[in-house]
Design a protein around this ligand. Sequence first.
Ligand SMILES: [Mg+2]
Length: 189
Amino acid sequence: MSQARLLIDLDGTTVDMMKKWLNLYNKDYNDSLTVNDIKDWDTHKWVKKECGKKIYHYLSRPGFFRDLEPYPHAIDVLRRLSKDFDVVIVTASPRIGHSDKTLWVRNNLPFIPRRNIIFAHRKDLVRGDLLFDDSPDNLDAFPGITVALRHEYNKHINSHLVDSWLEFEDFVLTLFTKKQKSLDKLEKI
Ligand SMILES: [Mg+2]
């Protein structure tokens, strides 16, 4: 199999950022929001008025990104895909989150080298064959193949949607095996 490059997002794709984020908010504002209550990318619209855009302040707390829970099978799938693909983590982050995120990857995805972590808000400028992300803007702008982990806030986008990491793995293997087979055929002609 050729070394296609997979660009992998962290928050909302590899790790369940919403869970910790909403837990902190719910405690402070006596609310009971879940990720399914958030219907679009603008999280501040779904929290209590007295919180509003202050919801984003949690993301600048030191340590916020250090202990996020991975989604089921994310780590195993990334470990397997790393054997046949160039797996690159591409994550947007407040500057204060850079070291937390780097540590998270080192602790949870030790098979991904440090040089394969890219901090970028403009993910469309990073070269790769496929982007796995959850942000409608990132997915819309990316020139290659796009796959999204389905959430209430992104389920209407125009990308291939998956409900789990195992489904993502199947999609990637089917897609790139087919591509390789047609390349092999062309070589034989
Ligand atoms: Mg994300």
